[in-house]
Design a protein around this ligand. Structure first.
Ligand SMILES: [Zn+2]
Length: 333
């Protein structure tokens, strides 16, 4: 499997929570472990985002960031993934005085430790700016994305409550990233509508869109995303939980695909959403009766949209062809 949209702080294992809570003297609350998953009857993205408070409280020092990163990469490898891009916002990890740069260095050390000796598997990091953070704090994240580009940091993202500010508010930050050849993803078209997706592409230089399910497939918009080869990171279960979608039937998979728009399937948050990419494919298989060719096509899209070299893409496509029968059997079982 391949996951291109996977938040580190939304994907701690139950054991990670227990270990770090004891080490860092953090109270997990009387509802643990149910309080690490999306709240029952969650009504919005804002409510969903409250589930990041506890993992972030545990990840305020170098050791803890390295620990959870290593843990996640090792779980993905064991589960038969071939590639993942793991994202996190270093600015959320400075409450106890750690710098954003130290947070990035720690995540890289956990990542590189976990990758050692693993064949036919790779993972990279994406750094997130946050919509609710101030300019200077986000600017430091932009600087770090440029500084660590090519050193296992592959991209800069904008996450957080989509209704906070529209894309134009962040233009100078993402202009600077673009001028420094940093690739860009923007969370857009999840809680808000199509205009925010277009702003992400036109104003913020996005090459991939986190979610984007609400893109209006007008002739002009379709032409734009095809011409610019924009890839969309769908995370169906997460969208149902945040009430961005009401049913798996409403995932615009076939609508996007019929125009040749590049769609990828992702988990968003393995713990908060209580899912993984295999589960997402299972839901889509049950809803749309996906064939093996369609699953292979979607996974090949993920490889095509990944921020890796052409040689690595060729290598992972070969690996995908070796594993597709196994993947499909697991999806339909
Ligand atoms: Zn996300």
């Amino acid at each position: 499997m391949i996951d291109l949209h996977l938040h580190l702080d939304g994907s701690l294992s139950i054991e990670d929570f227990q270990y770090l809570a004891a080490r860092n003297h953090v109270d997990l609350g009387k509802d643990f472990p149910s309080n690490v998953y999306v709240p029952e009857g969650c009504r919005s993205l804002e409510e969903y985002l409250t589930r990041f408070d506890l993992p972030c409280a545990l990840m305020q020092d170098e050791f803890s960031i390295a620990y959870v990163t290593k843990s996640l990469v090792e779980r993905l490898y064991k589960a038969g993934y071939i590639y993942a891009e793991i994202r996190f916002a270093p600015l959320l990890h400075t409450l106890k005085g750690m710098s954003q740069e130290d947070a990035v260095i720690s995540a890289l050390s956990g990542l590189n430790n976990a990758l050692r000796g693993k064949e036919n598997f790779d993972a990279n990091l994406i750094l997130c700016c946050m919509r609710q953070a101030d300019y200077h704090t986000n600017h430091e994240t932009v600087r770090l994305a440029a500084k660590y580009k090519g050193k296992k940091v592959v991209c800069l993202d904008l996450a957080g409550p989509e209704a906070f500010h529209t894309g134009d508010y962040y233009k100078s930050l993402f202009d600077e990233a673009h001028d420094n050849d940093v690739d860009i993803i923007i969370h857009a078209g999840e809680a808000c509508g199509s205009d925010e997706v277009i702003r992400a592409i036109d104003l913020l230089h996005a090459k991939r869109i986190g979610h984007g399910i609400h893109l209006d497939l007008s002739r002009e918009n379709v032409r734009k995303v095809i011409e610019k080869r924009i890839a969309f990171e769908f995370c169906p279960t997460s969208n149902l939980q945040t009430k961005s979608l009401t049913d798996y039937q409403n995932v615009p998979l076939r609508n996007f695909d019929k125009y040749g728009i590049m769609v990828t399937i992702n988990s968003d948050n393995m713990t908060v959403s209580n899912t993984d990419v295999l589960q997402e494919y299972r839901h889509l298989y049950k809803t749309f009766n996906l064939t093996k060719q369609e699953v292979r096509h979607l996974l090949a899209n993920s490889i095509e949209a990944a921020f890796i070299s052409v040689d690595e893409k060729m290598k992972f496509l070969k690996e995908l062809d070796k594993r597709i029968d196994d993947y499909y059997n697991k999806i339909i079982e």
